[in-house]
Design a protein around this ligand. Structure first.
Ligand SMILES: Cc1cc2nc3c(=O)[nH]c(=O)nc-3n(C[C@H](O)[C@H](O)[C@H](O)COP(=O)(O)OP(=O)(O)OC[C@H]3O[C@@H](n4cnc5c(N)ncnc54)[C@H](O)[C@@H]3O)c2cc1C
Length: 369
């Protein structure tokens, strides 16, 4: 039986960030993931600078042989509506490819890796968690994303019962003909909201890779909205006519809509497993990374006392950072007001920059962890 101080199930940004910080605090960590890495993840691959800072990421090192696309402007509007371009004097975000980003973070974490291994069984023997009858640890971190088996163990009803965002995307390397037919600039991703304002589509060029997708509240109508969005992009001459048609789908929960139990004796959930993505933008990588780092600090400070009361500090620190689950994000405008306002906001240069982009998408006022 392999033993470690902390077993992390899931090697995405939440799991690898948590592992990295725990290793820095001298703990022995095993990360189990059902996938072999590098693996892909359905995602636009947009990260805000706070992620880079919190992970003490050497962008020069990372960019060697990997895509790291600086973003200095954003085009926004309603699908089929008027477009606005908002330019910034410096880099406001980066485009990454998840197959590269997640692999890099996991390798860098310093954890023992068990890749290609699915969590199939989870038992508690005394104070120890036993996973797959093969690994024993007193502390378990559920970082398995939206369908995390540890979240299920804590009682989450995974699937249609939850109030999830559903999204689809494709990412592909453009050939010379597609490149010639693509008018989206690499430093200027484009975001267009559905007319009912229940979701938005994006078109995002990262080097020579093009990522197109759309995400919406709920489980209804995604395919129709995506088709309409792609038609709009083609009509405006933004994307080539011959993009691949095999979009990949995924779901995830927004903070304030999740309601998942975050912890129990000897166990914590981080990232999408906990349902932490920002409600305004759907950005999930930053909350995944930050929750992983917060969880690691709480665990390392617990002095091997992993009782519920001791780990409760994790839930308190998440609420302080992201707003409480009942009343998320202190600066969030209530959904119904947002819907009335959003059409006006998207038509105004000032409001697009200061509210839609700086506040909702870039979280410019919230310093890095
Ligand atoms: C279409 C789409 C676009 C998005 N675009 C963005 C974006 O541009 N920027 C942004 O910030 N966020 C974006 N998000 C959200 C973001 O992708 C997630 O919030 C983020 O990946 C969460 O990271 P995580 O580490 O919690 O989970 P994940 O990245 O999902 O990692 C979970 C890991 O757990 C493993 N796992 C799952 N089950 C098991 C099991 N049974 N046993 C072992 N291992 C298991 C998986 O293989 C996976 O590697 C997007 C989401 C979608 C769906």
């Amino acid at each position: 039986m392999e033993t470690c101080d902390v077993l992390i199930v899931g090697g995405g940004p939440a799991g690898s960030s948590c592992a990295w910080k725990l290793r820095q605090r001298g703990m022995s960590v095993t990360v189990m993931d059902k996938a072999q890495f590098p693996r892909d993840k359905v995602c636009a691959g947009w990260i805000t600078p706070a992620v880079v800072q919190a992970l003490q990421f050497d962008t020069g090192d990372y960019a060697k042989g990997r895509v790291l696309q600086p973003i200095t402007a954003i085009r926004t509007g309603l699908i089929h509506g008027r477009e606005l371009e908002t330019r910034y004097p410096a880099t406001i975000s980066f485009g990454i490819r998840r197959c590269e980003f997640d692999h890099y973070l996991l390798q860098r974490s310093g954890a023992r890796l068990r890749l290609g291994e699915t969590l199939k069984s989870l038992d508690k023997r005394g104070s120890l968690w036993i996973a797959n009858d093969a690994i024993a640890a007193p502390l378990l971190i559920g970082a398995g994303g939206h369908f995390c088996p540890v979240a299920r163990h804590l009682g989450a009803k995974l699937g249609a019962a939850e109030d999830a965002v559903t999204a689809k995307e494709i990412e592909f390397e453009m050939d010379a003909e597609q490149d010639a037919g693509c008018r989206v600039r690499a430093d200027t991703p484009e975001i267009y909201f559905c007319r009912d304002l229940k979701g938005y589509g994006w078109c995002f060029r990262k080097g020579n890779y093009l990522n197109i997708g759309l995400g919406r509240e709920g489980h209804q109508g995604l395919a129709e909205h995506l088709e309409d969005f792609c038609d709009f992009l083609k009509q405006r001459g933004k994307i080539p006519g011959n993009i691949p048609d095999k979009f990949h789908g995924h779901a995830y929960l927004l903070r304030g809509h999740a309601g998942r139990k975050l912890l129990d004796e000897g166990v914590l959930l981080v990232g999408d497993a906990a349902g932490l993505a920002y409600a305004q933008s759907g950005e999930g990588i930053r909350p995944a990374v930050e929750s992983g780092l917060i969880a690691a600090a709480v665990v390392a400070d617990a002095g091997e006392d992993y009782r519920y009361q001791r780990l409760q500090a994790y839930a308190e620190r998440l609420s302080a950072r992201f707003g409480s689950e009942a009343a998320p994000a202190a600066d969030m405008i209530p959904g119904f007001v947002r819907k009335v306002l959003a059409r006006g906001l998207l038509g105004s240069r000032w409001a697009t920059r200061h509210v839609v982009l700086d506040r909702w998408f870039l979280h410019a006022r919230q310093p890095a962890l």
